[in-house]
Unconditional design. Structure first.
Length: 369
């Protein structure tokens, strides 16, 4: 008889991040592969289920939803205190960097070690809590997984916890094709007829979006602007000392999936100057759309992007400018990178990630029966 499974659905109750995208897309690809006879339940805080958008996302997975009577508990409190009682000795899947430390019969995915490796990017309270939480999960969970070989090494290095085996689950980029591109974004941002370079990222200092300001003079010389998409990017550029010259930077803020696809497909190239990534999903999304990709030569980027991208030192604006000049002045190079990106992205599908996860689940849960 198949092992009963409980899925930690806390990620559905908050604004979506790249980590949450991983959980949703992996589950959508893996649950059908795991078999129709699966016994899987999705556990969420009751308060979250009162929101229509959350309930719709949960129901889209086609699972029985369990919340119990948890009163006002939500977030980490719900996850640590209420979720274990909902598991009923099943295997718990916690796919988004956290899980209840008291529940050992658990597969937990820790995406990176940024709270230790890049401490300046987080508040003191956040660092202390997540460092403790991740240390406990590394010690207690039956199975620990991550999203790249780079991250597996970082978890061992930064937390000093002897882990004989950290499993690696890949990611995919084809979800970006699930919605038809929405060209209205070009009217909203006044981009009709303009050449632009696309960047996607949050306000986290690790995303290093402010590095793009240093290459604006070159881009203006070439008649190209930067479109920066992602929640909080206005704060990033304010922190660098004021607004850039007129016409140099278009701050798109949050964009829908359909708008993002349109931007990927129309951009001259995609630039990702991140200082630290456990995986780095946006470059793979860009490659899926045939957009030429330039990425930081840091962390997981060479592992994820392989030979299908151009690389630069994220702290060297001269090297970034040189790579941008190469791409923006050569149609043939853009075409070559776009085609290489599509081929490379096809090797990193959610289908492949689901197949890998099924192998890990079967192999590592055999002893939990």
């Amino acid at each position: 008889m198949p092992l009963p499974i409980t899925i930690n659905g806390r990620f559905l109750s908050r604004p979506a991040t790249g980590v949450d995208r991983f959980a949703l897309e992996l589950l959508k690809a893996w649950l059908p592969r795991h078999g129709a006879d699966r016994r899987a339940t999705l556990a969420l805080p009751r308060a979250a289920l009162a929101r229509d958008a959350v309930r719709a996302r949960a129901e889209a997975l086609g699972l029985t939803i369990r919340s119990g009577v948890d009163g006002p508990l939500r977030g980490h409190l719900w996850e640590q205190w209420r979720l274990p009682a909902l598991c009923h000795d099943s295997v718990l899947l916690s796919l988004c960097n956290s899980g209840p430390v008291s529940y050992r019969r658990q597969i937990v995915v820790l995406h990176d070690a940024a709270v230790v490796a890049m401490p300046a990017s987080y508040s003191f309270a956040y660092r202390q809590w997540h460092r403790w939480l991740m240390t406990q999960l590394l010690r207690r969970a039956a199975v620990v997984a991550t999203v790249s070989k780079f991250s597996a090494g970082e978890l061992r290095r930064c937390f000093g916890v002897p882990m004989p085996q950290i499993e690696v689950i890949g990611e995919g980029g084809e979800h970006v094709l699930q919605e038809i591109a929405d060209p209205e974004i070009f009217d909203r941002l006044e981009l009709r007829g303009r050449r632009f370079v696309l960047a996607v990222g949050s306000s986290s200092p690790t995303k290093n979006l402010a590095a793009l300001l240093k290459v604006l003079p070159l881009l203006r010389e070439l008649g190209v602007c930067v479109v920066a998409a992602g929640g909080g990017n206005r704060r990033v550029f304010r922190a660098t000392g004021g607004a850039p010259p007129a016409g140099g930077l278009v701050r798109a803020g949050y964009v829908s999936n359909a708008e993002l696809r349109a931007l990927y497909e129309a951009a001259e190239c995609f630039v990702f100057p991140s200082l630290y990534e456990g995986f780095g999903l946006p470059p793979l999304e860009a490659m899926t759309c045939g957009c030429p990709v330039l990425v930081s030569r840091r962390a997981s980027m060479p592992e994820v992007c392989g030979d299908a991208a151009l690389y630069f030192d994220p702290n060297d604006s001269g090297e970034l400018a040189g790579q941008l000049r190469r791409v923006l002045t050569s149609r043939s190079l853009r075409q070559e990178l776009g085609e290489a990106g599509r081929r490379h992205a096809a090797l990193h599908s959610w289908s492949a990630a689901a197949a890998g996860f099924e192998e890990i689940f079967t192999r590592r849960t055999a002893g939990l029966v």
